[in-house]
Each structure stands twice: as C-alpha cells, then as structure tokens.
Design a protein around this ligand. Structure first.
Ligand code: 13P
Length: 264
C-alpha cells in the first residue's frame, strides 16, 4: 500500500449469485462499507443482478462493476451488452480481459484493448486484467507476457483522464488456493508500475494495481503490505460477506496514517 492511492477491494462474483441471493449479499456489504472509510469497495455481480444490486447500494459507498462489456456501442450483436447499458444499469466499473474470458471466450490482447477503450468512452472505469499461465511462469516468461498484455492498452489508459485499475491475476493462482507470495506479487506489480512510469509518472502514480488469485482473509494483509499492491480482485472469498469484509478490513488497517480521510 502507498499513501497516494486509496486501497481498492473488488469482488468478482463470476457466474454466481445472479438473483435475490446476490441482492442480499450486496445489502450486507453496503452496510459493512460504512465502517471502512479509507477503502473503496466494488462488487461485480452477474449481468442479471446488476441493476438490482445497484439499487440496493444506492446512497452507499459500495460501487458496482460488470464482469464484461462489448467493444461496440450498439447494433446487431445478439447476447452482448454495451458500456452505455452498464452505466444505465448502475455500474461505474467494469472488469475487462479476465483470464477466464481470455481462456474460454477467445479474448485476445487486441480485443481486451478495444474493450478498455469502449469502457472509457462510456465513462466506466476498467479493471483491466493481466496474468501468466503456469507454463509461462515455469518457462521464465512471466514479465514478458505481462508486459505484452499491459502494452496492448497502455496508450489508451495514458490518453484518458479517468484513473483505471489493473489487476494482476496469475492464472495458476485463480481458484486453486495457491497464491503468489507477497514478493512474487510485488515483483510483477513493480514491473507494471515501471512500464506505466515510462509513459508518464502521473500514469504510474494514479493507476491502482490489484492482486488477484486465491486472496483470502488470512493472506490479504501480507499481500497488501507490499508497496505496489493497491488492493485485490477477489473471486471465491467475495461470495461471503464475512470473508470479503475481512479482506477489506485488512486493507483498512494498513492505510498509512498520512492518507487522506476523504472517500474518493
Ligand atoms: P479466486 O479469488 O477465487 O482465486 O478468483 C480470483 C479471480 O479470478 C478474481 O477475478
């Protein structure tokens, strides 16, 4: 954590809690966030629960993300959802390029970049995901792969006045119970911030870089202690208010004393 960036804790519900149970969870978290003044908290329910969860969180500091967006603004794209529609449903954020979409839905670096651009055009804040597979890590290609993925959208986020988030999610750590150690995470986060910094120092200092992959209440604090880890993108542990709340509290507890008290 670093005193210039507010911690961001985002919950990716994936294909879970798309109805009334999601709205109930959003309600519990919306209450909880009032006791965490230094942390920004976001949930990403499935499309079917977005509007209802947004309604439930209205007037609270819990914000809503979509898990995906289409690159085009409108038209004959059966089954797709545009950025403007997400805004209308109450979203302020959108997860883009999650490894499950890269893996199962054929999203390439180019498609991810188009979606980052489409999100910003719609005034949504993208959480752009990057991450290496186990084969890439074992082949000593981690930084090469992450650099390629970040470079695909770096000019787009540099040209925007909206501060975006990048999530580093090693594919081998997602849903496996295996997490990158704090020093492994910090190494990649620092490299990402370095590439951003070669564009402008402002881009490097305003971009929040989240870690994702088996983040739980008991490993969150150690991960957040690293200088370039600005929060987490949480999967499984975000489906339970107590465990997601504990992760957010770990971030709150580490906020440097010099940090601004004002919510974003
Ligand atoms: P888990 O926290 O379940 O490993 O999922 C991480 C993730 O993919 C968040 O986007």
């Amino acid at each position: 954590m670093n005193e210039t960036r507010r911690p961001l804790i985002a919950g990716n519900w994936k294909m879970n809690r798309g109805g009334a149970s999601g709205v109930a969870l959003a309600g519990e978290l919306a209450k909880l966030v009032s006791s965490l003044p230094h942390v920004d908290m976001v949930i990403a329910p499935p499309y079917t629960a977005l509007a209802a969860c947004a309604h439930e969180c209205d007037g609270t500091r819990l914000e809503i993300a979509a898990q995906n967006v289409h690159a085009q603004q409108s038209g004959a794209f059966t089954g797709e959802i545009s950025g403007a529609m997400l805004v209308e449903a109450g979203c302020r954020w959108v997860i883009v390029g999650h490894s499950e979409r890269r893996q199962y839905s054929g999203e390439t670096d180019e498609i991810v970049a188009e979606k980052v651009e489409a999100s910003l055009r719609a005034r949504l804040v993208p959480i752009a995901c990057v991450g290496e597979t186990i084969a890439e890590r074992e082949g000593d290609r981690t930084l090469e792969v992450i650099e390629r993925q970040v470079r695909a959208f770096i000019d787009i986020i540099d040209a925007s006045d909206v501060p975006v988030a990048i999530a580093y999610e090693p594919v081998w750590a997602i849903g496996t119970g295996r997490t990158a150690g704090p020093s492994e995470a910090q190494e990649v986060h620092a490299a990402i911030r370095g590439w951003l910094g070669r564009k402008t120092t402002a881009l490097a200092s305003r971009t929040r870089i989240l870690y994702g992959g088996s983040v739980k209440a008991d490993n969150a604090r150690a991960l957040f202690a690293s200088a370039d880890v600005d929060g987490a993108l949480v999967g499984g542990a975000s489906l339970d208010a107590a465990s997601f709340g504990a992760i957010a509290r770990a971030a709150e507890a580490l906020v440097p004393r010099a940090h601004s008290n004002e919510p974003a």
